[in-house]
Design a binder for this molecule. Sequence first.
Ligand code: AMP
Length: 116
Amino acid sequence: MAERTECLFCRIVDGDLPATLVHEGERVVAFRDVTPVAPTHVLVIPREHHVTVTDLGRDEPAALVELVAVADRISHAEGHAGDYRLVFNSGAAVGQSVFHVHGHVLAGRGFTWPPG
Ligand code: AMP
């Protein structure tokens, strides 16, 4: 596990790195992805450092519950009526590049299935 001081998303939580925040809650924060791939592309993350969604569910389940609720709230707030895709990349082999768990909230356009 990366040390908190070395983790990009911990630095955003701590206010040491700028981000466009859209939600600041007790256990989670949300901010716009710097490289959006949909009209709404927001990352929802726990304040505490966990690497994967599995780790989060095991070690801080209340934060995972809050994270999912915030994802839904963002979809409504941005005019998508609760329609959104919530993606967790878990592991480098499937595309995880930041090893602080984050749910990608994607909405505002059509999506293909299966994902690429
Ligand atoms: P993943 O590949 O699933 O780990 O997703 C990491 C995401 O973090 C990518 O979509 C990046 O565009 C995004 N990202 C990386 N650095 C930042 C940053 N400083 N602020 C906002 N989003 C970022």
